[in-house]
Write a protein of this length. Structure first.
Ligand SMILES: NC(=O)C1=CN([C@@H]2O[C@H](COP(=O)(O)OP(=O)(O)OC[C@H]3O[C@@H](n4cnc5c(N)ncnc54)[C@H](O)[C@@H]3O)[C@@H](O)[C@H]2O)C=CC1
Ligand SMILES: O=C(O)[C@H]1O[C@H](OP(=O)(O)OP(=O)(O)OC[C@H]2O[C@@H](n3ccc(=O)[nH]c3=O)[C@H](O)[C@@H]2O)[C@H](O)[C@@H](O)[C@@H]1O
Length: 463
């Protein structure tokens, strides 16, 4: 079967970039990305491609090339579903905030709504692809809904989890380590798998396209994120030990990373991992394991989250301690608010939690981030519901100029590893700060020796 029309439900950080790349690489396939969020679709359609809602290096060029040719963004969900022969579901699957599984299980409300909508409007056979990250066995729910329409339309369900990382989405999509496709192992299932393999194989070497049964594919996505996050928590755990023993975490990371069995990636100690997925997916894994009565398995993975929470809190406490145990009324400049560099995404960013902890102690926080807009900072803090919106507005300012953010500050904290921070005029920043001027480098980004020569007191992670 040759795919001619693709519909993707969900125009977010995954749906937008993945579909833009499919459209770029497959000019003969019409790709329509739909979303209920009108403002988001309007932004994807903005004449000025620099105003698309997801900031990713290289993405605006791809959108400019394909949009209007074979890439479309629309709010007409029913129409796009009915016209497509392959439908990707790429909607959000956040942690449940209510009811059974609150705080751990994935909220599959939006997934189920999509399945019901597909069941309701489809008049021709479809391949439905799980692109969202889902608990293992979700395909059985989709199957139950889609196979009981009674209108004779046939559906095949595939799992095709996405492994892109934000900030490098375009290169990850153009040159993925692997593409994973899970499907039923009968004839119809294999035909559906092959149809999707044929889309990716236009640009991904065939040997990098792995095919499995649906359940392995669903579980592999949660597992990959759990392993990656576990590495960060492992190195962060040791960063604390380094701070007590004069060992240097960067040196330890290099020493272990050169062992080819361990490998050098994902060993950067930090203020803690953030992002929309690591925490949510591990909590989901923990919940699934518990639901099967696997207490030891659940406890094992939960520790990754416990360690991460500890690291964020530890960083905030370190600032408070170094500022003589009181930050009340003291200005602390935050360089970075996004959860990592090269993205405007702030979901679960460590910066939010560090700020919240300092605000609890009545600090004055001045935030500068090259890509995060002012309103987002307040939305993130208000979401925690720790204090009133007015109080957040009083205690936190958002600056467009990093030098302004650092002026008259008692301390500067690096929360995101934006490259530009390395090139700032640190002498100028030092001169404008209160003394002793302190830097808390939550990313081990800056040149500690140079800063100390200027006169800063530098506190790095694991050093
Ligand atoms: N953000 C990332 O880097 C990655 C995310 N994922 C997974 O991909 C999924 C999507 O994540 P994001 O793109 O970050 O989420 P997002 O929140 O940026 O985008 C989801 C979009 O789906 C839309 N939506 C929800 N229900 C809808 C419906 N019934 N009809 C039409 N539109 C609907 C929302 O309005 C929203 O714009 C999640 O399951 C996530 O775990 C997987 C890999 C990477
Ligand atoms: O499912 C997802 O959403 C995605 O989650 C992560 O991607 P992402 O969260 O975008 O970014 P990462 O590069 O993984 O970074 C996650 C967090 O860990 C932190 N990190 C990462 C690496 C490291 O060595 N140290 C460290 O603190 C980052 O600063 C960031 O806060 C995975 O890397 C992707 O493969 C996956 O598709």
């Amino acid at each position: 079967m040759t795919v001619k029309k693709i519909c993707c439900i969900g125009a977010g950080y995954v749906g937008g970039p993945t579909m833009a790349v499919i459209a770029k690489q497959c000019p003969d396939i019409q790709v329509t990305v739909v979303d209920l969020n009108e403002a988001r679709i309007a932004a994807w359609n903005d004449q000025d491609v620099n105003k698309i809602p997801v900031y990713e290096p290289g993405l605006s060029d791809i959108v400019a090339e394909a949009r209007g040719r074979n890439l479309f963004f629309s709010t007409e969900v029913d129409k796009a579903i009915d016209e497509a022969d392959m439908i990707f579901i790429s909607v959000n699957t956040p942690t449940k905030t209510y009811g059974a599984g609150k705080g751990q299980a994935a909220d599959l409300k939006w997934i189920e709504l999509c399945a019901r909508q597909i069941a309701r409007v489809s008049t021709t056979d479809k391949i439905v692809v799980e692109k969202s990250t889902l608990p293992v066995r979700t395909a059985s729910t989709l199957r139950d809904i889609l196979h009981h329409t009674g209108n004779g339309v046939r559906f095949q369900i595939l799992s095709n989890p996405e492994f892109l990382a934000e900030g490098t989405a375009v290169e990850d999509l153009l040159e993925p380590d692997r593409v994973l496709i899970g499907g039923d192992q009968d004839e119809e299932g294999k035909t559906a798998i092959e149809a999707l393999v044929n889309v990716y194989s236009r640009w991904v070497p065939r040997e990098r396209i792995l095919t499995t049964n649906v359940w392995s594919s669903e579980l592999s996505k949660l597992t990959a994120n759990a392993f990656l996050a576990q590495r960060v928590s492992s190195i962060n755990a040791l960063s604390e030990l380094c701070e007590h023993t004069e060992a240097e975490i960067n040196e330890v990371a290099r020493a272990i990373g050169t062992d080819s069995r361990i490998g050098p990636k994902f060993l950067k100690a930090s203020v803690g991992f953030g992002g929309s997925c690591f925490q949510k997916d591990i909590l989901n894994l923990v919940y699934i394991a518990r639901s099967y009565g696997l207490t030891e398995v659940a406890d094992y993975w939960e520790q990754v989250i416990i360690m991460n929470d500890h690291q964020k809190k530890r960083f905030a406490n370190k600032i408070i301690r170094a500022l003589y145990n009181t930050v009340n009324g003291k200005k602390i400049a935050f360089l970075g608010w996004a959860f990592k560099k090269d993205t405007n995404d702030t979901r679960e960013s460590a910066a939010i939690y560090v700020a919240d902890h300092l605000l609890y102690e009545q600090a004055q926080v001045a935030v500068y981030d090259p890509k995060v807009v002012e309103q987002q900072v307040y939305i993130d803090l208000d979401y925690l519901a720790t204090r009133s919106t007015e109080e957040n507005k009083t205690l936190v300012t958002v600056q467009n100029d990093p030098y302004e953010a650092c002026k008259d500050a008692h301390a500067v904290a690096i929360l995101t590893e934006w490259d530009e921070f390395k090139d700032y005029d640190w002498q100028r920043i030092y001169d404008s700060m209160l003394k002793p001027a302190k830097i808390f480098d939550g990313r081990n980004l800056l040149d500690k020796k140079k800063l100390e020569e200027i006169g800063f007191q530098v506190h790095a992670i694991g050093s």
